[in-house]
Design a protein around this ligand. Sequence first.
Ligand SMILES: [Zn+2]
Length: 250
Amino acid sequence: MMDKKDITEKLEPLYDKKVECLLCGQEFVTKKIRSRFIKPRKVDSDFGQIFEQDDNSPLFYYVMVCPHCGFSFTEDFSKIMAQNVRKKTLEEISGKMDHSKDFCGERDYQMAVRTFKLAIYFAQLIKEKHVVLARICHRLAWIYRGAGIAEEEMRFMNLACTEYEQSFLYTDFNPELTPEIQILYLIGELNRRLGKYNEAVKYFSTVSEHPDKSRYMKYVNMARNQWSEAVQEYRESKNKQQIQPNVKSE
Ligand SMILES: [Zn+2]
């Protein structure tokens, strides 16, 4: 039987999740958002769920920050850390932890951005897989997109794109969870959003010729749409360049 406490708890958007720190091994409790409260304003062509700054965004809780040692990580981080990496990381962060900040409770936009930057720092420090770093940078770009901060969005899309490219080159993603064709589509789409149309078209064409294309028609169709979009945007940008000198001379 459900008592009153259960019902009230179920209505709260945030719930507590017990996590074990991958670096120091100590347990802590952090917040996550219940799926029924996740209502993005839109889902973009790079799969970005876009929320406004004051929405209940699951992105705000994507990174977990250990209150004991400060290590910041996501569910994608490798569960096992080599002893020498653990030792080096603990030495590196010793004494640097800012105990005045508590990232285990409710987070606002500013705090969320801070947790992403911490996760990027740690992912680079322990040499996490490129795909893990790509996902962190890509999600931070979505947060900035939701907040309308285009410059920072572009900066982190660029980083995400480079990391996805590296991930593809070294095949450091799990093809069971993330099909290669999805990574290729994302590289194409991020290049398009960055205005690198030649690169975008190159990757979209790889998607449409991929050996697994019949299994993943969704990505093939999306690549075709975004390919035409890229060609149109490229033409528009060329036209603009041609029109501009005339405008100036008037
Ligand atoms: Zn820890």
